[in-house]
Ligand binder design. Structure first.
Ligand code: NAD
Length: 327
């Protein structure tokens, strides 16, 4: 049985490929390497292709028996999506539609989708349950919301089965040191602090110190990328065995503020993190926390690596060895 991992050369996709191979799945990675990296390939067959090009994806399905698809391949920068929404709507929707069309033509009906906490918008309730109203307010989050709606319609009309995993803040690196986070440009908090400490960024800026939180900085739910990867394996096993489709949060229901992240990084690295305080960014909310009850109940998911300590420790270990890989 072959499993197609679209975007398997990226940050979360590569960690998931590693776990899938460990569990004995036969993996085909489909990636255009727009943000993916050859250094993040640990195994599996690699097909270089673009989901925007229907022919290249159809070629894979006509030559291989694909049972299930994990879809990580998307544009991911929230800030850029405000400036260039056309790029986000066009890419994220058409690439997903092409992939779904090809799957259905070939009879593959099992789909695991990388969704995001961005589908919820401003939380009305913390921790956020999956039943929370969906009000995405940035174009990136809208693309995830639209794809989730498409999945529900395709389920009703074509019998597609799906699990849409709504990640909160993915962070950390492979505890065995082989894989890590290397976005370019990097917009995530922890790698940005580490890149600054390693001399790859001139300054580190802290956005927002007047939120209604105990220390005034924004609180986020950081989830270790290996815990995320393991949730994908559980979701894949679930979908192969059950007719049920689901929307499931992947978060730790544990928050860390930006200042707590800075303090923990200082403890782990033994270095000071001087920072420049800047106003809040558009759309930033004070607190985002996931309810993880559903993931525990439906997937049997247990967190192993998601303490702030382990997240920063594994990320620091990887970044300090791989800083040369960064652009
Ligand atoms: N990183 C996070 O904290 C986070 C949070 C919520 C949701 N997500 C979602 O998780 C998924 C993976 O995120 P990531 O951080 O690993 O991003 P990433 O940029 O590291 O990985 C994306 C991968 O998809 C590939 N890709 C992009 N467009 C493609 C196309 N048209 N055809 C083929 N391959 C293509 C890229 O080359 C890359 O390998 C995304 O869908 C993202 O929206 C991420």
């Amino acid at each position: 049985m072959k499993i197609l991992v679209a975007g398997g050369a990226g940050y979360i996709g590569s960690h998931t490929v590693k776990e899938l191979i460990r569990e004995g799945f036969d993996v085909v990675i489909f990636d255009n390497f727009s943000t993916g990296k050859k250094e993040l390939i640990v195994g599996g067959e690699v097909v270089i292709g673009d989901l925007m090009d229907k022919k290249s994806i159809k070629k894979v399905f006509s030559s291989k028996k694909i049972e299930a698809v994990l879809h990580f391949a998307s544009l991911i920068q929230v800030g850029e999506s405000y400036l260039n929404p056309q790029k986000y709507y066009t890419h994220n929707l058409i690439s997903s539609l092409n992939l779904l069309e090809t799957m259905l033509e070939s009879g593959a009906k099992n789909f695991i989708f990388s969704s995001s906490a961005a589908v919820y918008g401003i939380p009305e309730k913390i921790p956020i349950p999956e039943s929370h109203p969906l009000n995405p307010f940035n174009p990136y989050g809208q693309t995830k919301f639209f794809i989730e709606n498409i999945l529900q319609d395709y389920k009703k009309a074509y019998g597609l089965k799906f699990i849409s995993l709504r990640y909160f803040n993915a962070a950390g690196a492979d505890p065995e040191g082989r894989l890590g986070e290397m976005h370019d440009p990097e917009t995530h908090l922890i790698p940005n602090i580490l890149l600054f400490l390693l001399g790859k960024k001139k300054s580190f800026e802290l956005y927002g110190t007047d939120f209604a939180t105990p220390d005034g900085t924004a609180i986020r739910d950081y989830i270790h990328v290996t815990d995320l990867a393991k949730a994908h394996v559980l979701a894949l096993k679930k979908i192969l065995a059950s007719p049920q489709s689901e929307f499931i949060n992947l978060g730790a229901n544990k928050g860390s503020s930006v200042l707590e992240v800075i303090k923990k990084t200082e403890e782990i690295t033994g270095r000071k993190v001087p920072h420049k305080e800047r106003p809040r960014r558009k759309g930033d909310v004070p607190v985002l926390l996931a309810s993880k009850e559903k993931a525990e109940k439906i997937l049997g998911w247990k967190l192993r690596y998601s303490s702030l300590e382990t997240i920063i420790d594994t990320a620091w270990s990887w970044h300090s060895k791989n800083v040369k890989l960064k652009a």
